[in-house]
Ligand binder design. Structure first.
Ligand code: ZN
Length: 497
């Protein structure tokens, strides 16, 4: 088994990863709230954890990977009570069942994840499917004295929890005194709470709230933070190995998760917390309000003022992996164009490598090649350092291209080393980093299917919006590529001529 070191947000140290049970890893990652199309920042997070999941499996672990779907409880502005549930609000505004909203955006999310070649998690539990477990957890927290009921809602009692010396603020680095004194001015309708730092475990539903369940406290719904505590405990145990998510979730979401876990059963959940960093664009935070934003779709189609053209999912994946998951990643058109070149160079080296053969039993380059291969492991073992792993693949690529181009004689490499190089190079590129050659996106592969269903969805939406220009442009461009689209009452189908 590889000795993997991870940067643990909980201790702020790089630590040797030791699973609770030898050979097994429990991995929980906070999934999307499915009330809108998945953001590019989320795509970055899920691609990053996909590589972590892939490498742990590659290193020989049996991994149970849980990535939830938040389909209730996530309130606008992340505040409690007065704010509205994101999904409930969308459903009310669009006159849909909340579960229609959930289904629509869950499918879109899955399409996008498939496009970026991320592996599906072992279990993808939904918050609404675990109301009983969440109510059970509230019962335990109440019984242990760390929560109180007020007017049909239940709140976590942070001052009491903190007074007993329990860990609050450790993960996010927030100072407990500041948390307790946070101003009430930005918190509306919070008079039910004993302290502004308290957070909701159960929220009594008001009449406009569409998603509601009966409980002994009120007809209501669970607080957003609770689902991850309840579902990680259910599928991975009270104590498990790795919890991941975007670093914007450290506070309050992850801090509150730990408090709930400790409050319910004295275990804080995960031993190692891994956080992905922010995705920037042109050096600035992405923000809808000032237009400095781009959706995954716009990035794929090139229909945005921020990019000169569209980029393939594999190029975008390559671009994401060029930064370490814990560093900020700055999206720029130049950066994407460079990533496109890099991706193609890597794929070309892979093609060249697979065509190589030698009759030598050993060669002068053997040690150097073996060294280069061990660097791949070394860098992935070092907190899943994908940029360094890519750099090591490029070091090997220059040798490969030299061998393929005749600048280096094929007698310089032994057959056994060449075989190993082929296996390891392809494994790291495709299995670990998940970078597939473009040609495998041909035919009727899953990637092509996903891409086409996405494109036809956009066209359908354009037709619904009577945006004939976009709809026709998509049909005509596909026709130029010999893809024929047939429209029928129940949807469109496509064939390659
Ligand atoms: Zn979560």
């Amino acid at each position: 088994m590889q000795a993997i070191h991870v940067q643990n947000s909980l201790t702020r140290q790089k630590e040797l990863f030791k699973p609770i049970e030898e050979g097994y890893v429990g991995l929980y990652v906070c999934g999307p709230t499915v009330y809108s199309d998945v953001h590019l920042g989320n795509c970055r997070t899920f691609v990053s954890f996909d590589v972590i999941y892939r490498y742990l499996r590659f290193a020989g672990y049996k991994v149970r990977y849980i990535r939830n779907i938040t389909d209730v409880g996530h309130l606008e502005g992340d505040a409690d009570s007065d704010a509205e549930d994101k999904i409930s609000k969308k459903a009310r505004l669009e006159k849909l069942e909340p579960m229609e909203v959930v289904q629509h955006y869950t499918l879109g999310f899955h399409d996008m994840m498939q496009l970026f070649n991320t592996l599906p998690p072992s279990i993808e539990p939904r918050a609404t499917g675990h109301i009983i477990e969440q109510i059970e957890m509230i019962d335990q927290i109440l019984a242990n004295g760390y929560a109180y009921e007020a007017n049909g809602s239940v709140y976590f009692d942070t001052p009491k929890y903190i007074a007993e010396g329990k860990p609050y603020g450790t993960l996010s680095g927030r100072v407990v005194e500041d948390l307790l004194q946070e101003s009430r001015t930005n918190l509306k309708n919070q008079d039910e709470k004993r302290s502004p730092s308290d957070f909701a475990l159960w929220i009594k539903a008001d009449e406009r709230h569409l998603m509601r369940w009966p409980s002994k406290w009120s007809i209501g719904f669970p607080g957003w933070h609770l689902e991850c505590s309840a579902m990680s405990r259910k599928y991975l145990g009270a104590e498990f190995d790795i919890h991941g998510g975007g670093n914007d979730l450290k506070f309050p979401h992850h801090e509150n998760e730990i408090a709930q876990n400790v409050g319910a059963c004295s275990h804080g959940g995960a031993r190692y917390w891994l956080h992905t960093n922010m995705l920037l664009m042109n050096g600035r935070k992405m923000s809808k309000s000032d237009g400095n934003t781009i959706t995954p779709l716009q990035l794929l189609t090139g229909e945005s003022e921020h990019v000169s053209k569209g980029f393939s999912p594999m190029v975008i994946r390559f671009f994401i992996l060029q930064a370490h998951y814990s560093s900020t990643l700055d999206l720029t058109d130049d950066g994407l164009i460079a990533a496109e070149k890099g991706y193609h160079r890597l794929m070309e080296a892979q093609r060249n490598l697979l065509a190589l053969s030698t009759t030598a039993t050993s060669g002068a380059l053997d040690v150097e090649i073996e060294d280069g291969i061990s660097k791949l492991y070394e860098h992935m073992n070092d907190d899943f350092n994908t940029p360094r792993t890519l750099a090591a693949l490029f070091d090997l690529s220059s040798k490969i291209n030299g061998l393929a181009g005749g600048q280096i004689g094929l007698d310089k490499i032994g057959a056994a080393v060449l075989d190993r190089l082929k296996t390891e190079f392809v494994s790291f590129t495709q299995e670990v980093l998940g970078l597939l050659p473009t040609e495998s996106a041909g035919g009727n592969s899953a990637v092509l299917e996903g891409l086409m269903s996405l494109i036809l969805d956009i066209r359908k939406q354009a037709r619904n919006d009577k945006n004939w220009n976009t709809a026709d442009k998509i049909r005509d461009t596909l026709a130029e590529l010999d893809v024929e689209v047939k429209d029928a009452k129940d949807g469109s189908t496509w064939t390659i001529k």
